[in-house]
Design a protein around this ligand. Structure first.
Ligand SMILES: CC1=C(CCC(=O)O)c2cc3nc(cc4[nH]c(cc5[nH]c(cc1n2)c(C)c5CCC(=O)O)c(CCC(=O)O)c4C)C(CCC(=O)O)=C3C
Ligand SMILES: [Fe+2]
Length: 370
């Protein structure tokens, strides 16, 4: 393991997330921020707005990021890692540009970024890198010093991300009635994305699905070992958006529950491996919509926990920070990873997770910033 207290050359960590509305008046402006220039049909937006209004116009994502920030600060302090942690979002306050401005004013010059997305995809990786480039350009235009930003590697297969989810599945199985527990399917879910984006994800294409399958297999294997029961599992998708004629990853989780029921499956545990916390995608698309579908079918179902602010995840972030810092210093740190794919790259190569319309992206080999 790398020196657990040495973050040099980095002088700050930036938690970079999606952002969400904090009251009913925020919902429409938030959705406008999310969908600017993305060609999402108006009906879809109205529908998604309703999901937020059902919860008082409040997405839980900001509170969850505040908890994660607190967990990171606590973990760093308890382990002697002296590194300040900041937070900025793509779509809602605190906005990324404001946070980077504050960081520059505080004298931060080498910033490491933790995005709240564990996998390779345009939305989960390059789009955050585009947001960073846009924010750095704003600082430059204001005559402020432009810090150098690097992004932590994809952490989907880090034990500190996978282990809490495995424990979540074990806890969910225990909640199912005993007579259906052994036959329960493990239904791993993630955000659907356009097929074209899935095909071009990662340095060589196909990374989004391959990474999820790798994690699903690791969790299914661990659950089998710990319960002594070999359960069927599948990877399915949720939260599809976009125009109906554009193909996205399938099957949808609700259709899949119907299929399982038709095949006589006795129960299902939905495992949202694609998400870092219980934000609106989890609360509405799984806990509300998919659970209602399971209820209609009479299929016993439980949804297992995301990592959220689990202390093991905070410790994993510390490990990733010190690992990357050591690599930047020219050392050869050990890189923790479960599954078959191994640790992901530190620096996204040119053309990784390409956008439909090319835009400058920071924190990668094609960054216009050093
Ligand atoms: C891969 C992926 C993740 C996981 C990785 C990551 O976490 O980044 C994710 C997370 C999230 N997505 C979120 C919200 C939304 N995503 C939308 C739209 C879209 N998401 C997409 C993909 C992803 N999204 C895509 C390809 C679109 C189509 C438009 C586009 O190409 O951009 C829309 C527009 C309406 C709609 O169409 O649903 C909303 C409101 C929230 C916040 C939830 C909250 O408020 O609690 C979170 C964490
Ligand atoms: Fe999304």
């Amino acid at each position: 393991m790398s020196d657990a207290t040495d973050a040099r050359p980095y002088d700050a960590l930036l938690l970079l997330s999606f952002g969400g509305p904090e009251g009913p008046d925020d919902v429409v402006p938030f959705l406008e921020n999310v969908t600017r220039g993305r060609g999402i049909p108006r009906e879809r937006l109205e529908e998604v707005g309703q999901h937020y209004y059902l919860f008082g116009g409040v997405s839980p994502i900001n509170a969850q990021n505040r908890e994660l920030l607190a967990a990171l600060r606590e973990d760093f302090a308890a382990n002697g890692l002296d590194l300040p942690v900041y937070w900025g979002n793509r779509n809602w306050a605190p906005y990324l540009t404001d946070t980077l401005r504050e960081m520059a004013a505080d004298g931060r010059r080498r910033i490491l970024v933790l995005a709240t997305s564990a996998y390779a995809s345009y939305s989960g990786c390059r789009q955050y890198r585009e947001n960073l480039a846009e924010a750095l350009a704003a600082l430059e235009a204001e005559g402020l010093p432009v810090p150098r930003v690097d992004k932590l590697r994809h952490y989907f297969n880090h034990p500190g991300f996978v282990r809490p989810m495995t424990d979540g599945v074990l806890a969910s199985l225990a909640e199912l009635p005993e007579d259906v527990r052994a036959g329960a399917h493990l239904v791993f879910t993630t955000h659907s994305i356009p097929l074209s984006q899935a095909e071009t994800s990662g340095p060589a294409g196909g990374a989004y699905v391959a990474q999820h399958l790798d994690v699903a297999r690791v969790i299914a294997d661990a659950v089998r070992e710990e319960t002594g029961v070999d359960r069927p599992w599948e990877l399915v998708y949720q939260s599809r958006s976009g125009a109906p004629h554009i193909p996205w990853l399938e099957p949808d989780v609700c259709d899949h529950l119907e299929t399982l029921h038709g095949q006589g499956a006795p129960a299902a545990v939905m495992v949202p491996i694609g998400f870092v916390s219980d934000h609106m995608e989890v609360l509405y698309d799984l806990d509300t919509e998919a659970m209602a579908k399971a209820g209609e079918l009479g299929l016993p179902a439980v949804r297992s926990a995301t990592v959220g602010a689990d202390p093991r995840f905070a410790a994993a972030v510390r490990d990733l920070v010190t690992e990357r810092a050591a690599a930047e210093r020219g050392e050869h740190p050990e890189r923790c990873a479960l599954g078959a794919l191994g640790p992901s790259h530190d620096v996204c190569p040119v053309g990784c997770c390409p956008a439909r319309t090319p835009k400058p992206a920071a924190a990668g080999a094609d960054s216009p910033y050093a």
